[in-house]
Design a protein around this ligand. Structure first.
Ligand code: KG4
Ligand code: ZN
Length: 339
């Protein structure tokens, strides 16, 4: 049978994403971001995000259909992020998906944002083996997930107990005066710094700590204190060394725990997703350590790691292909939807 043609809508945070896939083949990936509107606030403002989604929704859907060279009538299903995320932002995407599904008489699939961050890798590297081990690192979450079935059974092994990894990047960027979002700026600056210059703490890596949980708030505070002490002493702040040493601490803990999770669960591959998976040091370190451990690494290209609609379409297509039940037309947006 033909592979399902699915349109996916993502509005859980500040990107209005619409993607179209045929099975595991990417046909369109259109993203309209309101990130510039949030920059002056130093973080995402939910009300601003909802309004921006509302304005961008229909034009972005039309653009995706044009790019894919298909019409709405050709679609086999509409998939949408049902949660977790910002309530008002999710509501815009869910409402649009319902309207299109109802008007076109197509099945509607509500999908989990975290599961779709994992499933997107199928568009890059083909079908994911199961169970899949995934390290999801973004501005909103940092989790280790074991997925025996990406469409229906995704189990959290551990998560951050305070800040998400991306949040730590954003906060450290602010301390260093690099602007928002901070991840890409820290990544760039760190290339000119010495990752061993400053020994920043590795949270929750003691023998009695939860093996798969993360903590980045102590690290963030420690970076801020280090910089403040320098400034008080009237000494210059070696910003590139601070960025590189901070980044080293984050990526060291993330890769160590992810590889341990693979080894202890007998999984021979690791998927890394979410916005922080775009980090160049995380990619390089994971590649090196996974190779040493005999683990196959799967990291999608940066554009598929940050929030987008193609990941939603990818998971929707997988649900259609596996004959999963469609969602009811009264599908709710759930800001705290568990995996
Ligand atoms: O997945 P995403 O687009 O949105 C959320 O669901 O949160 O992730 C955004 C996060 C931001 O915190 C951003 O600073 C971070 O990902 N990020 C990076 C890089 N690119 C984006 N962090 C480190 N290095 C990068 N190159
Ligand atoms: Zn995300």
């Amino acid at each position: 049978p033909d592979e399902p043609l699915v349109l996916g809508i993502e509005t859980s945070c500040d990107e209005t994403g619409v993607g179209i896939v045929r099975g595991t083949t990417l046909l369109a990936d259109e993203v309209a971001s309101s990130v510039d509107e949030h920059a002056r606030f130093g973080g995402v403002v939910p009300e601003v995000a909802s309004r921006a989604h509302l304005e961008a929704m229909v034009p972005t859907i039309r653009r995706a259909l044009r790019t894919a060279g298909v019409t709405a009538r050709d679609l086999d299903a509409i998939a949408v992020t049902a949660g977790p995320g910002l309530a008002g932002a999710l509501l815009v995407g869910v409402s649009a998906a319902k309207a299109y599904a109802y008007a076109l008489g197509k099945p509607l699939y509500g999908v989990n944002h975290l599961a779709s961050h994992i499933c997107v890798d199928q568009l890059e590297h083909g079908p994911l083996p199961e169970p899949t081990m995934a390290l999801l690192v973004s501005g909103g979450h940092s989790s280790l997930l074991l997925a025996p079935d990406i469409t229906s059974d995704v189990r959290p092994l551990g998560a951050t107990i305070d800040d998400a990894a991306g949040e730590a990047f954003d906060k450290v960027a602010r301390v260093l005066g690099l602007g928002f979002p901070g991840g890409p700026a820290v990544d760039r600056l760190a290339r000119e710094g010495d990752p061993a210059a400053i020994a920043f703490p590795r949270g929750l890596t003691g023998p009695r700590d939860a093996p798969y949980d993360f903590s980045f708030s102590g690290l963030k505070t420690s970076v801020a204190r280090w910089v403040e002490a320098r400034q008080r002493a009237g000494q210059p702040v070696p910003v590139a060394d601070v960025a590189a040493s901070f980044q080293e601490a984050v990526t060291d803990v993330l890769t160590r725990k992810a590889i341990r999770a693979c080894q202890e669960h007998g999984v021979d591959h690791l998927m890394i997703g979410g916005g922080v998976a775009a980090n160049s040091r995380l990619r390089a370190m994971a590649e090196e350590r996974c190779a040493d451990a005999g683990i196959r690494l799967r990291v999608p290209r940066a554009k598929l790691c940050t929030d987008n609609g193609a990941m939603v379409a990818a998971l929707g297509a997988e649900m259609v292909a596996r004959g999963r039940a469609a969602s009811a037309i009264d599908l709710p947006a759930d800001s705290s939807l568990p995996v």
